[in-house]
Design a protein around this ligand. Sequence first.
Ligand code: NAD
Length: 510
Amino acid sequence: KPLQLNDLRRDGVWASSIINGLANFHSDFHLHGQRELSSPIDCVSHGRLGFANQQDVEYAVAAAHAAFREWRLWPAPKRGQVIKAIAESVTQHKQALARLIVLEAGKIESEALGEVQEWIDLCDLAVGQSRQLHGLVIASERFEHQLLEQWHPLGVVGVISAFNFPVAVWAWNAMLALVCGNAVIWKPSEKTPLCAHASVQIVLDVLKRMDAPLGLMQLVQGDHQVGQALVKNQKVALVSATGSCRMGQQVAQQVAARLGRSLLELGGNNALILAPSARLDMALRAIVFAAVGTCGQRCTSLRRLIVHESLLDEVCSRLPQIYASLKIGDPREPDTLLGPLIDGIALQSMKEKIEEAILAGGILLSGGQVIVGVPVGHYVQPTLIRMPMQTALMYEETFAPLLFIVPYSNLMEAIAINNAVPQGLSSAIFTQDQREAELFMSAVGSDCGLANVNVGTSGAEIGGAFGGEKATGGGRESGSDAWKNYMRRSTNTINYSQTLPLAQGVNFDV
Ligand code: NAD
């Protein structure tokens, strides 16, 4: 099949704007860096991406700031109406946008549709939130005084996003940031620029229609250097960065050096504990989806399976059978479950990790091979390796469908294995034993931001706060009270008496 970008012309108005955008990228590429664009499906080049330069970033930040000054005056429920219109427009373009995600990120269609659905769901959340950005009235210690807490918009929010959720990660941040009264400047992954271009086009069309300031949504394309220009810009009040721990470590220090705020969503190294009472059929489905879905390229993908010794033989015989039945190939084919890895670097790091594990005593139960064929992309067999125990090689995230299996004999040992890695994003236990489930979720249980019971590690709902601890960066996005990250708190003391009593009974007569 020829590469499908031309097909997008049939999919709606915005689809042709992507093509125009691509033409612009062509003419812009001499400005700063450039990058060859190709789909991971077949690695055929379909153009070049021109990078923004320092001046472009400064201009975008200034334009965003000007838009913010106007937008912060809009009542929050009115801002919510704009988000509602964005949701309607995204719903109309859902199929076409999902198709673009398939092309750029190599996801299967149902997962790409799920990603666009997350944007729509997040809009719903933000619209509801628009009437609930409320503060507190606190009991004052002084007679005839009020003590209040209010939440105000922050300013310009910079969003740096990863390739694996080329739309949803930005949407989580951008929809909440907008409803909270901020402007957004987005530096998407250089591996998925067209998804960003299309998403921003949808937002800009709505802003225009609703007479909202157009400068509210800025897009700066490019690699880490463009990200750096954003990170170092004093006018960016919050930098929300999603990506590898390596990136987060640098961004966190640089933003802290200018005393700015950062919100970090970094790598995971997620584990699932399979307890003796687990419903095995259900658990195996959860394991396979979590380990293999999105070709193992989710931050919440399952990397480590901690199996009770009584179940080890059965799991090690049943899982390879399921793995052998999974269809790998072109994600546009309806029955494909595993598309390609994003690029050759990802493939190489998977290969190296497999070799390292086998040298360390791992037994290859399934997979391990690169698939060579047509189309020419980075296709791999999902891989299962049984390890005698957890070793240092399992402490790093390998962003690929590679699952290590280790045994345990008692739950506290399994929890210790779960918690031993530097990252702390997602975790799960499959058990029918309430005591085990409670222990896993307790203060001495999983140390991750997400701790699930009888649910796999991947596929979180947007209603909960999403994020992880330790090297995952500590940030929280999406639901619960994550909106507070995009606002500043103002504490107000009001004296409605005729005197001036000082706090803590201090006397200071003048
Ligand atoms: P990456 O770190 O290579 O790049 C992520 C983004 O950061 C890109 O836009 C990149 O250009 C930019 N960037 C990289 N270095 C930078 C720097 N020094 N300064 C400023 N910007 C910089 O990550 P990736 O390969 O695109 O994505 C995979 C990683 O993202 C995995 O580790 C995955 O677990 C993580 N991830 C985490 C979450 C989460 O919510 N915790 C969600 C999705 C992905």
